[in-house]
Design a protein around this ligand. Structure first.
Ligand code: GLN
Length: 551
């Protein structure tokens, strides 16, 4: 039987439970175990696909098209594994399943209740990943939200039952808490942790390990106090102090022998992990020999979590380039309006060596993105467009190079005379919003001799998507005549996946989301190339082309 680790959080949200789970997964994998991570979110949405990035940050997309919580991105990045829909569950999905069964009469006349029906379904889902893959050694299940929330109760009750119904060494519970530092008193405080653990114990779950998030080292005295009040061994109180890079967390956990103690608790006999490579990588992230600045022009820039995977992809891409990437976040709306002239754009982009325009939905911020793209194109600044970023690049080129002044996308400009971006055929007639976009991994054919080919070095790649609109094939010929190269297409040739401008030092855009596949030890080729091009641009190694396509 697989072993189970349940991870809960208390005191406050945003403790970094996802990173803690991912880091633990990383260490267990390094100990030779096959680990799978899953996240259970107590909210009622069936999945986060219909939510704004302002709610829970970006929507992460998996190979199978699942739209899920951004923590699954951390899980994939830290363990270098591909997850699937079954690894993200919400209360909404639990109820959807139960209600469908009820309508079919499968409960045989019984009253359907939270206990046992909802908790049974949660327990089934706890075990599903190991049941569908018998080679799995450890399943780490993160429960979203904070202990004490009404909506997380059924999940905690299911864990209590699971622990009761299985042997003690079959599972372990890790609880994350906050140990605040009170500056005026010059002290850290353990009381919130005590209260949070009391709450958890009142539900019937005694945590085996505590990870105390803190900005100050907790020290032996506080550790002993926490252990005593929370009823666990002192060595099982892990100091979860703030670190400069999330990729350090596995190392700080390992220093405290967390992985060794957890394996012992679960009766897993495994060798010590070899973290040399990981340590070397972290050292380079923390102290890179070089730095380069890349501007990201988006509309959710106030909330960094909205572009989490992009931020991480830049950190990964810096590693082989031996450079730290300073990410300069620019609100695309700040580039709009008559008063924003070329001088202002020069000021905004001064010192930026590359520009990225990320994905997005709706009309807000589009003119600013188009402006940023024009600036990058005309000034030979390396540019990468992602999804909406590709669509905006096509609009910009259509307006400025093809002379189609009012070119636009049917998404936010339904009356445009030149819909260079239009709704995909398969999207026509779809009315429901949840789970209906073109989602997940699709193959893309890469044209030989192009920049895309230089980046990938392969004729076919698989990339993840999340969109409804696409390049309108009626305009493809005109674009090609104007110098645009469609260097990545769907295998049937019908769908534009990558476009580029060979007359520009580095101008490339993708309809898919490369950031979703970037891993610290396998940076995404497009991000890696953008960072390389930005360094070259900074050093003046690339001839400043005007970026104006011929024709
Ligand atoms: N809104 C665009 C579409 O649906 C782009 C989506 C995105 O950037 N993820 O096609």
């Amino acid at each position: 039987m697989a072993k189970y680790v349940f991870v809960t959080g208390g005191v406050v949200s945003a403790l970094g439970k996802g990173i803690a789970c991912a880091s633990l997964g990383n260490l267990l994998k390094a100990r030779g175990l096959k680990v799978v991570l899953q996240k259970f979110d107590p909210y009622l949405n069936v999945d986060p696909g219909t939510m704004s990035p302002f709610q829970h940050g970006e929507v992460f997309v998996l190979d199978d098209g699942a739209e899920c919580d951004l923590d699954l991105g951390h899980y994939e990045r830290f363990t270098d594994t591909d997850l699937a829909q079954i690894h993200n569950l919400t209360s909404g999905r639990v109820y959807e399943t139960i209600l469908a069964r009820e309508r079919k009469g499968e409960y045989l006349g019984r009253t359907v209740q939270v206990i046992p029906h909802v908790t049974d379904e949660i327990k089934r889902r706890i075990m599903l990943p190991a049941q569908s893959d018998p080679t799995v050694d450890v399943v780490i299940t993160e429960i979203g939200g904070t202990v004490g929330d009404i909506e997380s109760l059924p999940f905690l009750e299911a864990i209590r039952q699971f622990r009761l119904e299985n042997e003690p060494e079959d599972s372990a519970s890790l609880h994350l808490t906050l140990v605040p530092y009170i500056a005026a008193a010059g002290e850290i405080k353990t009381k919130p942790t005590q209260h949070s653990v009391r709450e958890l114990r009142s539900i019937g779950i005694q945590p085996d390990f505590l990870m105390c998030r803190t900005c100050q080292p907790i020290g032996d005295e506080a550790r002993r106090k926490i252990a005593l009040f929370c009823n666990l061994p002192v060595a099982n109180v892990i100091d979860g102090r703030d670190v400069a890079s999330i990729y350090e967390v596995p190392l700080t956990m390992h220093e405290q022998e967390f992985d060794r103690r957890l394996c012992r608790r679960l009766g897993l006999d495994t060798p010590e992990p070899d973290l040399t490579e990981w340590r070397r990588m972290v050292a380079l992230i923390l102290d890179p020999p070089d730095r380069v600045r890349i501007a990201i022009v988006g509309k959710y820039v106030e909330l960094k979590d909205a572009y989490k995977s992009i931020s991480e992809a830049f950190i990964h891409a810096g590693i082989p380039n031996r450079a730290g990437v300073d990410q300069i976040w620019i609100d695309s709306e700040s580039l709009e309006g008559e008063e924003v002239g070329d001088a202002r754009l020069r000021e905004v982009f001064a010192g930026c060596h590359g520009v990225l325009v990320p994905g997005g939905f709706g009309d807000r911020g589009i003119p600013g993105k188009v402006r940023a793209i024009r600036y990058a194109r005309e000034n030979g600044i390396p540019f990468l467009g992602i999804c909406l970023g590709l669509q905006c690049a096509m609009i910009e080129i259509a307006r400025d190079v093809l002379g189609l002044e009012r070119a636009g996308s049917a998404e936010f400009d339904p009356d445009t005379p030149h819909p260079v971006i239009h709704l995909m055929d398969k999207q026509k007639g779809i009315v429901n919003l949840g789970g209906t976009m073109r989602l997940g991994a699709y193959p893309c054919r890469v044209e030989n001799g192009t920049l895309a080919w230089q980046c990938y070095g392969r004729p076919e790649v698989s990339e993840r998507h999340r969109h409804r609109y696409e390049v309108n094939n009626d305009y493809r010929e005109a674009f090609t005549r104007a110098g645009v190269v469609f260097s990545g297409l769907s295998p049937d040739g019908r769908l534009v996946e990558i476009m580029e401008l060979p007359t520009h030092p580095f101008f490339i855009a993708a309809q898919f989301h490369p950031e979703l596949k970037s891993r610290p030890r396998r940076p995404h080729p497009l991000f890696r190339a953008l960072v390389g091009a930005a360094i070259a641009h900074r050093d003046g190694a690339v001839a400043r082309a005007t970026g104006r396509a011929a024709g």
